[in-house]
Design a protein. Structure first.
Length: 241
C-alpha cells in the first residue's frame, strides 16, 4: 500500500509540473522592458489635408461595423451619455463633439481615448527604437518627416536612446473639429518617462536613467467621416514641455 501511495504521489507531482510549464509558456513572463517609448522633439502641424493611407486604428465603438451614412443618427440621449464624462453639452468642445457624433454615429469618446493611448505608446516606442518601418504605418507624412529627421540626426551623432514609459497618467480630448467631412480630434497626454541618450562612448548626453519625468504631449488625429475605413491618422504633434 505504501509503495502504491508513493507511485500515485509521484504521478500527481509530475502532472502538476507539466501543467505549470504549459501555463508559463502560454502566459509568458514580464521582463520589465515592455513597450519602451519616448517622444521626440516634435512640431505642431497644420490641420490641412490629412495624408493618405491607413495608419492608426482607433476603436470606433458603437456600430463600427455599419457603413458610415447608413446607420440611424444617434438620439440626443445617446449623445449626452457619450459626452457626459468628457465635455458639457453646451461648451465649445461639447458642441464640436456633438457635430462629430452626428457626422460619424460610431464615434464614442471613451473608445476613442482607449485607442489613442494605445497609439501613443506604439508611436513613442517606435521612435525610441528608431523603428522607421513601424512609424510609416502610424504617422501622417508631415509628422513622419519630423520623426525621421530626429532619428537620422541621432544616428549621425552616433547616439543611442533608451527609454521606459512608466505610464500614461491622463489622456483628455481638448479639441474637436469637423471640416467638411474631415474630423480632427486633439488629445492631451500626460505621461511619465525614464529616458536617457548616450554618445558613442556610452556617456550620458541627455536625460537621466534614474529619474522619472513628467511629459505633456498634444496630438491630433484625423479621419474622413465619409470613408468606410474606421482608422484614424496621427497628423500633428506638439510637445507642451
Amino acid at each position: 500500500m505504501s509503495e502504491a501511495f508513493d507511485i500515485y504521489t509521484l504521478l500527481f507531482l509530475v502532472l502538476a509540473v507539466v501543467i505549470f510549464i504549459r501555463l508559463r509558456s502560454v502566459l509568458g513572463r514580464r521582463t520589465g522592458n515592455e513597450r519602451p517609448p519616448y517622444d521626440p522633439y516634435t512640431r505642431p502641424q497644420p490641420k490641412q489635408g490629412a495624408p493618405e493611407g491607413t495608419v492608426v486604428a482607433l476603436p470606433q465603438g458603437r456600430g463600427a461595423e455599419t457603413p458610415v451614412g447608413r446607420e440611424p443618427g444617434p438620439s440626443q440621449e445617446d449623445i449626452a451619455e457619450r459626452l457626459e464624462r468628457y465635455a458639457k453639452a453646451d461648451s465649445p468642445l461639447g458642441k464640436s463633439l456633438t457635430a462629430l457624433i452626428k457626422a460619424d454615429p460610431s464615434f464614442d469618446p471613451a473608445q476613442f481615448l482607449d485607442g489613442a493611448k494605445a497609439a501613443y505608446e506604439m508611436v513613442v516606442g517606435a521612435f525610441a527604437e528608431g523603428d522607421g518601418n513601424t512609424l510609416k504605418q502610424l504617422l501622417g507624412e508631415d509628422v513622419l518627416d519630423g520623426f525621421s529627421k530626429a532619428i537620422a540626426e541621432r544616428e549621425e551623432r552616433g547616439e543611442t536612446h533608451q527609454s521606459t514609459l512608466v505610464g500614461i497618467n491622463k489622456a483628455d480630448i481638448i479639441e474637436a473639429e469637423l471640416k467638411d467631412k474631415q474630423a480632427y480630434v486633439t488629445v492631451k497626454f500626460v505621461s511619465e518617462l525614464i529616458s536617457v541618450t548616450r554618445d558613442s562612448a556610452g556617456e550620458v548626453v541627455d536625460g537621466d536613467p534614474k529619474k522619472v519625468r513628467e511629459v505633456t504631449d498634444i496630438w491630433t488625429f484625423a479621419r474622413d467621416t465619409s470613408s468606410r475605413n474606421p482608422n484614424w491618422k496621427l497628423v500633428a504633434t506638439e510637445a507642451a514641455n
